[in-house]
Design a protein around this ligand. Structure first.
Ligand code: NDP
Length: 329
């Protein structure tokens, strides 16, 4: 019999999450029935959406939601072989039983040289968010200028590199000088630390005096209100995330964006990457190819140890990650 460890939401987050909001539990797993498989998590993802969705889809005592790369250790399902790796949405647990539904087997073309954890980042959900957000929401065109914030993170770092592949000028901002140096290293044309510039408005103007055609917004709030004023006529804003608002206990107030939107005839569209679930394979294939060709570089912030999941999650929300934050069991 296998005993799984699982992280439970002990108390709904109030403001910034704390380690005391989580509880580590042990769960004895039953023997497999026909059609089932036993999986062992190898890498687990910590993502900003967990902060938002915990309120919407979870009650206190539930296992934390989340995605992992897992190895099949036992199988009574002929469609799955022992030793194969899959991406699963089974929450913060070390072991789990599945009937195989909703599991994504890693592509057979996955090279040995590439960490499997990338299936949670650059070649997984965050990479797909960048891919579909840029292509389908921003509808970027060669020669345009693209702005992205939280640019050194899982989604943002891919956004910038895909925009370069698409023939755009790319401006990115991030919260430390090391992150800014990384952005320049991976090909961003302009990058700055939004925490240390005297004026965000001036920094954005300096980086692109003509303004921005596309704005891939991961941050929302005050940053977005300022950036929207610097869009070009008919600019497109992909509202991907609003991480500057997720931990607020009291909702932030304006400035409001309507006048800029009207005068510049902007298009602003919120989106969820799941809209393109039916094109997942296309996106994964494209991202994997670019990574293999060295056209998309990646960095991962790997926290060792399942017991450190809450710390990795909180650290990511604080901006301690460069690239994708993952936990190695
Ligand atoms: P990241 O890897 O970018 O990690 C989060 C980063 O957000 C931190 O590293 C930090 O970087 C930045 N950050 C934290 N607080 C603030 C703040 N108050 N102001 C500005 N920046 C802040 O996470 P992801 O790439 O996974 O996600 C990025 C965004 O995309 C999130 O908003 C997320 O919710 C959204 N998202 C949306 C999806 C969709 O389908 N719409 C799918 C996936 C993600 P820094 O040091 O630069 O401040």
């Amino acid at each position: 019999m296998v005993t799984a460890k699982a992280w439970v939401l002990k108390k709904h987050f109030e403001g910034f999450p704390k380690t005391s909001d989580f509880d580590l539990k042990e769960i004895k797993l039953p023997n497999l029935k026909d059609g089932e498989l036993l999986l062992e998590s190898v890498f687990l993802s910590v993502d900003p959406y967990m902060r938002v969705y915990s309120r919407i889809v979870m009650k206190e005592g539930d296992i934390m939601i989340g995605t992992q790369v897992a190895r099949i250790v036992e199988s009574k399902n002929p469609a799955f072989t022992v030793g194969a790796f899959v991406v699963a949405d089974s929450g913060w647990r070390t072991h789990f039983i599945s009937d195989g539904k909703g599991l994504h087997v890693l592509p057979s073309s996955w090279p040995e040289s590439l960490p499997r954890s990338l299936a949670l980042g650059t070649v997984g959900m965050p990479g797909l968010t960048a891919y579909f957000g840029l292509l389908e929401v921003c509808k970027m065109k060669p020669g345009e200028t693209v702005l992205v914030n939280a640019a050194a993170g899982a989604v943002g770092s891919v956004v910038g590199q895909l925009a370069k592949i698409g023939g755009c000028k790319v401006v990115g901002c991030a919260g430390s000088d090391d992150k800014v140096a990384y952005l320049k290293k991976i090909g961003f044309d302009e990058a700055f630390n939004y925490k240390t510039v005297k004026s965000l408005d001036e920094a954005l103007r300096k980086a692109s005096p003509d303004g921005y055609d596309c704005f891939f917004d991961n941050v929302g709030g005050e940053f977005a209100s300022i950036a929207i004023n610097q869009m070009k006529k008919y600019g497109r804003i992909a509202v991907c995330g609003a991480i500057s608002l997720y931990n607020d206990s009291v909702p932030q107030k304006g400035p409001y964006v309507q006048v800029s939107m009207i005068l510049k005839e902007l298009r602003m569209e919120g989106f969820l990457v799941t809209r393109w679930n039916n094109r997942r394979e296309e996106g994964v294939k494209a991202l994997l190819k670019w990574v293999m060709e060295g056209k998309v570089k990646y960095h991962e912030q790997v926290t060792e140890g399942f017991e450190n999941m809450p710390m990795a999650f909180i650290g990511m929300l604080k901006g301690e990650n460069l690239g994708k934050a993952v936990v190695k069991v």
